[in-house]
Design a protein around this ligand. Structure first.
Ligand code: EPZ
Length: 423
């Protein structure tokens, strides 16, 4: 099992860092490549992440040609001809995001079978909104033996209001509606940049999606879609992770090609703390002096609120800022596990349901810690940068799902960090 080892305590990150295409954009984009009946779809700026390999296997399992040219960060998909109805269990079971292939397969074939995604450590992760939306479009859904079966001779345009602006449900339903008969209106949808990226690809394929990025999507069904070419949007969470890393270490870092517009809630909170965040020609520059930063209160919300995917990393920053900070996690029910591990490093915090009180500014000591999920891994590594002494972070399979060359990029910015296999 690999471990990341950090000698922390006097790290000051300086220099420039590049970020990759967004994991949470490319996964639904790969699902969308199932839809075209003819022509190839080429996705560029694809990050080299384990979740991308998994989704490639899911799509390949439908008898679709998928070629990932890692040297070019490019995936070429050709879904011409008949495709299968059933997504391969062995890969779907590895990644709950695979559920977004349900809508595209159903829209294309009239029948789809996908295994029920399990929960994960951050929450139960239900998919009731995905299923209710497909039923609203005329699908009949039943669950047997851990699989979900959806059938619809032809999906019909519908008007569906989402109880919660679920990212995955918005993506599934948007894709299903592209081939439905008539017009679908989806209300109270997710507004994340990754939703806009997916709508852009679908429209390049010949779909008619409008309203992406707002709370209402209108999709006018078309007869069929064709292949297209598309650049995956930059990863705002990777960018945000490096912005927080710079802020925690009194650093001065330029995050190249980061998109200001996609990180406004995070930038506003960093500025409220006293971090110097500026937009430059080449990206976003973050400078800070940790001794001058002030504690803040943050509440995670669907976009354009503060992103839950930045919550763990931001609590690491709160841990080093002197004073009482508060983090309220409203999106997932169990996303504070990293704080238990950070306690082993000397963090003082109390958790009461969705609220964590963080008593920042204590001297943190390096320790051996385990990561429980993707963003917790990043948060623990960042904490290791500022803790005195050696920190070892295990369970790196979580990290590899969402960060490409994470420790190499931190080393390039001046961190004393390495990755060793400890079999
Ligand atoms: C996406 O997950 C992201 N994953 C998550 O990123 C991200 O945290 C999440 O959106 C919220 O922004 C990908 O894009 C691959 P949701 P998703 O459906 O689509 C409830 C990361 O670290 N809900 O918006 O699964 C659900 O229980 C990952 O990169 C229902 O109740 O998120 C949760 O509390 C982690 N019923 C809330 O909505 C449903 O049918 C948000 O879930 C669907 C969701």
């Amino acid at each position: 099992m690999d471990k990341i080892i950090i000698e922390g305590g006097n790290t000051r990150l300086q220099g420039e860092v590049t970020i990759e295409g967004a994991k949470n954009a490319v996964l639904p984009l790969l699902a969308a490549t199932i839809l075209p009946v003819e022509g190839k779809t080429v996705l560029k700026n694809v990050p080299i992440l384990s979740d991308v390999f998994t989704m490639n296997h899911v799509v390949r399992g439908l008898n679709i040609a998928v070629d990932f040219d890692e040297a070019l960060n490019q995936v070429t998909v050709d879904a011409t001809g008949a495709i299968l109805d059933t997504a391969p269990y062995e890969y779907v079971s590895q990644m709950r995001a695979s559920i977004v292939v349900l809508g595209p397969i159903l829209a294309r074939n009239g029948h789809a079978k996908v295994s029920m995604p399990g929960g994960c450590t951050i929450g139960s992760r239900p998919i009731d909104l995905h299923l209710k939306g497909l039923e609203a479009m005329g699908a009949s859904i039943h669950q047997e033996g851990g699989d979900i079966s959806a059938t619809a001779e032809k999906l019909k345009g519908a008007h569906f209001y989402m109880d919660f602006p679920s990212v995955g449900a918005t993506q599934n339903l948007m894709m299903a509606a592209t081939l439905a008969e008539g017009t679908t209106v989806l209300e109270n949808v997710a507004r994340e940049p990754e939703i806009v990226d997916l709508a852009n690809l679908l429209n390049k394929m010949g779909a008619r999606v409008s309203g992406a990025g707002t709370e209402t999507l209108t999709i006018r069904g078309v007869a069929e879609l064709h292949g297209a070419e598309h650049n995956v949007v930059q990863d705002r969470i990777e960018a945000g992770t490096f912005m927080v890393a710079a802020a925690m270490t009194s650093g001065n870092v330029l995050i190249k090609d980061a998109v200001w517009e996609h990180n406004r809630p995070l930038i506003s909170k960093l500025r409220e703390m006293g971090v110097d965040v500026r937009e430059e020609e080449a990206g976003i520059r973050v400078k800070s002096d940790i001794s001058k930063l002030k504690p803040v209160t943050v509440k995670t919300l669907p976009h354009p609120g503060f992103p839950t995917d930045m919550q763990a990393q931001f609590t690491a920053l709160m841990a080093v800022v002197k004073g009482e900070s508060t983090m309220i996690e409203t999106v997932f029910e169990n996303r504070f596990q990293h704080l238990e591990e950070m306690r082993r490093m000397g963090l003082h915090s109390e958790i009461l349901r969705d609220t964590a009180m963080i008593h920042g500014g204590q001297r943190l000591q390096g320790a051996q810690v385990m990561s429980t999920d993707l963003r917790a891994s990043a948060a623990l590594i960042l904490t290791g940068l500022v803790a005195q002494g050696q920190t070892k972070v295990g369970q790196l399979s979580h990290l590899d799902r969402g960060y490409y060359q994470f420790h190499e990029k931190l080393a390039q910015l001046g961190a004393d960090i390495r990755r060793e296999s400890e079999d």
